[in-house]
Design a binder for this molecule. Structure first.
Ligand code: IVH
Length: 674
């Protein structure tokens, strides 16, 4: 296989696996295997710039728009949807359609019912099957060109499968899966950044972020549901159901629960089914969109200035409750951010008992005029995090409670709280504030970081109060005797905790990177850094530019990582951890091979190389994490063929293993450092 063939092959494979993962939710290979394909493609493209293609999967993350987003006009306006708030409204919608179509009201029209995705509309332009543009709804006529961000969403194919119209707009919704939304908010909370109120706001904020790397990492997804063709173009199908099937066949993500319904009662039944079941979906849905299936009938109905006559949105009622706000507390995050929260009289909401709710920040509390003692309206923001909407003013006690004010001093250490003029978040800037240390340590030990079982909130509290732990490295000095002396800790639990701590010495380096609590470094960024650098030592030796060149890492994260590592106390603590036996490497690298960019790759050398001996070539490969083998198999990544290559070259050709000549090998070496 020539490098050009291998490049083409890799691009097809990568898209195939992206589609299995992001569109079908049914991955066939592991993340590590996927990363290896990407790594190989990237290396080959660097070695063969003549085969560059702007639609290569390696080029999903492009540059950021320098001046914000340009606005562009949609092919035709993006309309909104009329709403139906009850089954009665739904039947009225059907009656209106029948009248407009001159049919009896009991006609059984065919509808397609789709889940209404709680995200924001997006229009994707494809030309000759290649993604050219992604534009937000904007005012419906003109939207913002967010192509640089859309390209980073792996559920969006850069190229489509099969034969497609020469030019079209595919419309749909960008949204946050619940799990990613929670992860992003957890990260923001830990960083002391304001939380997103719900997945929709998070999606809206993210898609307009100027750093494509941030967008990519956050896990936004897309579902599409409409094709818009230029005037005069031949329609693709006759029915909406076929539009959905066609979009899917082209490789685009279509939400799978849509249903063809004969008659409006079947639609009503579909809506009823999802009223409760929707809570089990991995994404938020706030209703059902009902669309007439027959596209010719649709065209005859047309649209009002705001919405099409052939569709409506059945909205599920928001889940709200009233309860008493007992107290407003404040909590201190590990970066020192101090945020208010509401303590509520327990109330049932969306199937759970709610006792605590977020209040975001001081500004929000005063903007909504929320006062302790008020009867308040509580809602599940995006059905996930309960939030206080505002006071029920008619029920405000007389005399009215005092407005709430942020305390002047940190509730944990008594240091004065500070807030720069332009920010909304108050902070405790005392780095040795016990609350900060506690939160930092809880995060360090948590399941998605060092995963030290038994080192939960209560235990951390004890260890910090007893002065046994001041830095993460101190955790590794704890002895069973010290622990056994703590309250509610017997010799057995003490020994278990020591064993757990010991076990955490050999976790993957991404866990360490995540656990350290470097600003802006959540789990996604930590994993990306670990994959790219392999070891903490390699990361520590990297420049900001090298860090930033990692896929998924933007300039803000890169600078933050560098700044953290450059701070003397942090550097000393990492050294201290290493001295305590914490092994900071990517354990996904092949056993026996040094981790590096070629981890998992096997090379076979044949013939004579002009520039280096076999041993030198082998050393070059091994220093980059690869292995050298004496025989060619299907698993061989590359055969490097020098002059007078022998039977190994023939065997490589028979098996279709890529062959590099000396110049190509040289180029591949130049693309990565050891
Ligand atoms: S169809 C002209 N289908 O809901 C018809 N919209 O409240 C265009 N939405 O602006 C919309 N899921 O952003 C359609 N399955 C779905 C949808 C959907 C979510 C959004 C869309 C629309 C808004 C109206």
């Amino acid at each position: 296989m020539t490098p050009a063939d291998r490049i083409a092959d890799l691009r097809t494979r990568i898209r195939y696996h992206e589609e299995r993962y992001y569109v079908d939710d049914a991955p066939e290979i592991s993340d590590a295997e996927f990363d290896a394909l990407m790594r190989e493609l990237r290396a080959l493209e660097a070695a063969h710039p003549e085969h560059a293609d702007p639609d290569s999967p390696t080029l999903r993350v492009g540059g950021r728009p320098a001046e914000g987003f340009a606005t562009v006009e949609h092919l035709e306006p993006l309309l909104s949807l009329d709403n139906a708030y009850s089954l009665e409204d739904l039947r009225d919608f059907h009656a209106r359609l029948c009248r407009a179509l001159d049919r009896p009201e009991d006609s059984a029209l065919t509808y397609v019912a789709e889940l209404k995705i709680d995200g924001l509309s997006i229009a994707l332009t494809y030309e000759d099957g290649r993604l050219r543009r992604g534009v937000t709804r904007g005012d419906g006529v003109r939207g913002e060109d967010v192509t640089s961000n859309i390209r980073g969403l792996r559920s969006v194919p850069l190229t489509l499968n099969g034969s497609v119209p020469a030019r079209m707009e595919v419309r749909g919704e960008v949204y946050f899966p619940r799990a990613d939304f929670l992860r992003v908010n957890e990260g923001r909370e830990a960083e002391g950044e304001p939380l997103f109120a719900n997945p929709r706001n998070a999606a809206a904020g993210t898609i307009r972020t100027l750093d494509p790397a941030v967008v990519r990492r956050r896990g936004l997804r897309v579902f599409v549901y409409q094709i818009v063709l230029p005037p005069g173009a031949a329609p693709v199908t006759d029915t909406h159901a076929d539009v959905l099937r066609t979009l899917r066949a082209w490789g685009l993500p279509v939400e799978t629960h849509w249903h063809s319904c004969e008659g409006i009662e079947a639609v009503a039944a579909f809506c009823e089914t999802w009223r409760e079941a929707r809570h089990k979906l991995p994404f938020e849905t706030d209703g059902v969109v009902i669309k007439l299936d027959d596209l010719a009938l649709r065209a005859s109905l047309g649209a009002t200035a705001k919405f099409p006559r052939w569709a409506t949105a059945f909205k599920f009622p928001a889940e709200q409750a009233r309860t008493r706000l007992l107290r407003i507390g404040v909590k201190v995050g590990r970066t020192g951010a101090v945020t208010p929260y509401a303590e509520l009289e327990p109330v049932q909401l969306g199937g759970t008992t709610v006792q605590l709710a977020t209040l975001h920040n001081e500004q929000e509390v005063s903007r909504r005029d929320i006062r302790p003692g008020d009867l308040v309206l509580v809602e599940k923001g995006g059905d996930i995090i309960p939030k206080v909407i505002g006071p029920v003013l008619e029920a405000r006690p007389d005399p009215p409670p005092e407005p709430w004010r942020m305390p002047d001093l940190c509730p944990a250490c008594g240091a004065p709280l500070v807030k720069p003029e332009e920010e909304v978040v108050w902070r405790c800037e005392n780095a040795s504030c016990a609350a900060r240390i506690r939160r930092g340590l809880q995060h360090f030990a948590s399941r998605r970081a060092m995963n030290i079982e038994g080192l939960g909130e209560e235990r951390v509290e004890q260890l910090v109060s007893a002065g046994l732990v001041r830095t993460f490295a101190d955790v590794y000095r704890l002895t069973a005797e010290q622990l056994a002396a703590l309250e509610r800790m017997g010799p057995k639990s003490a020994a278990n905790l020591v064993a757990e701590v010991d076990k955490s010495k050999t976790v993957d380096v991404w866990r360490v990177l995540h656990g350290l609590g470097i600003r802006h470094v959540g789990e996604g960024a930590a994993r990306a850094l670990a994959r790219a650098f392999g070891t903490m030592a390699a990361l520590r030796a990297a420049t900001v530019e090298q860090i930033q060149s990692v896929d998924e890492i933007g300039p803000v994260v890169a600078r933050s990582v560098r700044a953290f590592l450059d701070e003397a106390p942090n550097a000393a603590m990492i050294d201290d951890m290493a001295a305590q036996g914490v092994v900071m490497v990517d354990v996904h690298a092949d056993a026996g091979a040094a981790p590096g960019p070629w981890a998992g790759w096997t090379f076979v050398l044949t013939g004579t190389l002009a520039s280096r001996t076999r041993e030198e070539a082998a050393a070059d490969i091994e220093r980059r994490g690869g292995k050298v083998s004496g025989s060619v198999s299907r698993k061989t990544r590359y055969v490097v063929a020098g002059a007078d290559a022998g039977s190994k070259l023939d065997r490589a050709r028979t098996l279709g293993v890529p062959v590099l000549d000396e110049a190509q090998f040289e180029a591949l070496i130049m693309t990565v450092s050891e």
